[in-house]
Write a protein that binds this ligand. Structure first.
Ligand SMILES: Nc1ncnc2c1ncn2[C@@H]1O[C@H](COP(=O)(O)OP(=O)(O)OP(=O)(O)O)[C@@H](O)[C@H]1O
Length: 293
């Protein structure tokens, strides 16, 4: 069996009377990418904060790289890198200056900070922008720099809280490539995301949480097959989806759907069958737990 970099058992946390986590069990094999999904306020950031020792759990066991987050805070801190929702870079400095400063603050010698900076600028495709002030950077460049800064000192577990929120499609894909490359180098990645496609594309394992509990956990394929079936999709002439019907894929159900449309209503609309997407999984799971949203 794979070794586990993250093991969460029976995790509970409340703020005042508000129960945010109500018995969470999750495990993440070393060197894999894990995506945590859930509606706004489901407790994703709270889980990352507990895993990174910023918030303490009320009960349960939480271990990161074998270190307990309550009894071995230093061991956990030595094992993790954290990139938050908001870029933690100094805008007045250049990319290179930011990286070197973080290297020095992390205890590297001047020489080591310089060589690590050069490596990271190369890795994150920031060489050409190395001497530009960060305030002139695009959102995608800033996010790459933020990630680079969190990796100045190489650690086995990386937390990414909504790493691509607000980025355009191209910048998001560049970041996905980097995340996949980091995982291939052996780093365990635990990320939260609002983009279901992101989880689908990147993650080896996905968990959906709501209402303080894990609603489902598995590979993207496992989650999709759990909700079963396929979807009949009707699109208009602008290629917008106007109707969706869950189906078992049989001709009988196909005909039933077609019978809904008269010749006039059918117009230029087109019909197709597709496999369920992560959106379908998310909607299905969270609508069964509506009180969570
Ligand atoms: N320090 C705190 N004190 C009180 N309530 C808190 C605190 N931190 C989080 N909460 C509450 O806990 C709940 C979960 O918050 P959390 O930020 O973990 O959710 P999330 O899933 O990351 O949400 P989002 O997707 O919106 O970022 C929210 O209702 C939030 O208001």
């Amino acid at each position: 069996m794979d070794s586990l970099s993250i093991e969460i058992t029976g995790l509970r946390k409340k703020f005042g009377h508000h129960i945010v986590l109500d018995g969470i069990d999750l495990s993440v094999p070393s060197g894999s990418i894990f995506a945590l999904l859930g509606p706004n306020g489901a407790g994703k950031t709270t889980i990352i904060n507990i895993l990174s020792t910023l918030v303490s759990p009320d009960s349960g066991t939480v271990r990161v790289a074998g270190h307990d987050v309550v009894t071995d805070i230093e061991g956990v801190k030595q094992s993790i890198s954290l990139t938050g929702q908001y870029a933690a870079v100094d805008e007045i400095l250049t990319a290179e200056e930011n990286l070197r400063m973080m290297g020095r603050l992390s205890g590297l010698s001047a020489e080591d900070a310089r060589s690590r900076t050069a490596e990271l600028l190369e890795y994150f495709d920031l060489v050409e922008s190395a001497h530009k002030r960060v305030k002139t950077f695009s959102g995608g460049m800033r996010r790459r720099l933020d990630l680079a800064i969190s990796l100045v000192v190489s650690r086995p577990v990386l937390f990414l809280d909504e790493p691509t929120t607000g980025l355009d499609t191209r910048s998001r894909r560049v970041l996905w490539e980097i995340i996949l490359k980091l995982a291939a180098s052996g780093i365990t990645i635990f990320l939260t995301t609002q983009y279901l496609e992101e989880a689908d594309q990147l993650a080896d394992n996905i968990a959906v949480i709501a209402n303080g509990r894990v609603l489902a956990q598995g590979t993207a394929e496992e989650l999709k097959s759990q909700i079963g079936g396929e979807v009949i999709e009707i699109r208009n002439e602008k290629d917008e989806v106007i109707h969706e019907y869950p189906t078992d894929g049989s001709i009988r159900e196909f005909i039933q759907v077609l019978e809904h449309f008269s010749n006039v209503e059918a117009g230029e609309n087109r019909i197709s069958i597709r496999k369920p997407s992560m959106d379908d999984v998310f909607i299905e799971l969270t609508s069964q737990n509506k009180e969570a949203i």
